[in-house]
Unconditional design. Structure first.
Lengths: 142, 194
């Protein structure tokens, strides 16, 4: 392989290394990277560095609660028909392996339009006002 | 958080996400709740890197999943369910960033240093995670999103391009520049645990 070809391969492999690290490259590109890594210490070191970075994902912020958030969302889904309720019963039985006890949506009379979901800006305004914190400039200007 | 990771793992084992979306399209609330619980932790990790406003994360996740509920009939199987949902989350995250009207980048160098003296490996790892978080926050948002999706959500470059609605080469370029900047910011910290 000429020096130019080696440089081209090195550049191509450099661009592919993040996806070599997460093992999503197609077979031909995976083979290209593997072949190059055998002869390029710089790319080997870079690949190892990226694996360390992948292993150091920042922690999620504390205090998130999926069930609390889901309970707020359910009323926004709108009314449920009888057929949908039957289907829900079947799905609950079929997905017990991956679901926790399902939250019951509040009963809504058929035909009544679903309540309009408050916009993001409205909900944020409520959030800020509950916390007693000053509104962000963009929201308070409205 | 361990429970959330467990829920993510079981989702991958089950592999029934397209079926759940079909059921959701027919109005099945139990299927929706199952998909919601599977995706909550993944979306929280992704959106936290994007929006950096913890109190709003649940709201943005709910906005994302409400779109999933309303648009499930439009899912056409041309991409993975995860790519479809992350693309929705990315758009909702962009809306949130614009509403917040805050600078999306922070200055890694100006933030307080965290030279922990703890000798334990676990403490060093925790310190590194905090440093990685601060370094990611210093990146332009588009670069931060690409890094997050590639490193922490194991997405292929084509999937990231679909999620962000941009060319594959743009994804690769953003990742390349992001790596250079991260390397510059983190090289000293990374050597501590290598």
């Amino acid at each position: 392989m000429s020096t130019n070809q080696q440089a081209n391969t090195h550049g191509a492999v450099q661009a592919l290394l993040p996806w070599f690290a997460n093992e999503t490259l197609p077979a031909d590109e995976m083979a290209l990277v593997r072949g190059h890594l055998r002869e390029c210490p710089q790319c080997r070191e870079d690949a190892a560095w990226q694996q360390r970075l992948r292993a150091a994902e920042p922690a999620m912020p504390a205090g998130l609660d999926p069930e609390r958030a889901l309970a707020r969302l359910i009323p926004q889904l709108g009314p449920q028909t009888d057929a949908q309720a039957d289907m829900q019963m079947n799905t609950q039985m079929n997905t017990q392996m991956i679901t926790q006890p399902a939250l019951q949506a509040p009963p809504q009379p058929a035909g009544r339009p679903a309540p309009r979901a408050p916009s993001l800006a409205e909900r944020w305004r409520a959030l800020w006002s509950r916390g007693g914190t000053a509104l962000p400039p963009l929201l308070s200007a409205r | 958080m361990g429970q959330m990771r467990q829920m993510e793992s079981s989702a991958r084992v089950e592999g029934g996400e397209p079926l759940l979306v079909r059921q959701i399209a027919a109005g099945d609330r139990a299927a929706f709740q199952a998909l919601y619980r599977l995706y909550f932790p993944r979306l929280a990790r992704f959106l936290d890197r994007m929006v950096r406003n913890a109190p709003l994360l649940e709201e943005i996740i709910n906005d994302t999943m409400l779109v999933v509920w309303q648009k499930a009939q439009t899912y056409d199987h041309s991409c993975k369910v995860s790519t479809w949902i992350f693309a929705i989350a990315y758009r909702q995250g962009l809306k949130a960033v614009n509403l917040l009207d805050e600078p999306v980048e922070s200055d890694f160098e100006l933030q307080p240093g965290c030279a922990s003296q703890e000798p334990e490996q676990a403490a060093l790892q925790q310190q590194l995670q905090q440093d990685v978080g601060r370094a990611l926050d210093a990146l332009p948002m588009e670069q931060r999103v690409v890094v997050s999706l590639a490193y922490y959500h194991d997405m292929a470059y084509q999937e990231i391009a679909q999620t962000m609605n941009c060319p594959v080469n743009t994804v690769k370029t953003r990742m390349f520049h992001a790596r250079q900047r991260l390397r510059g910011m983190l090289s000293a910290h990374m050597e501590e645990i290598s």
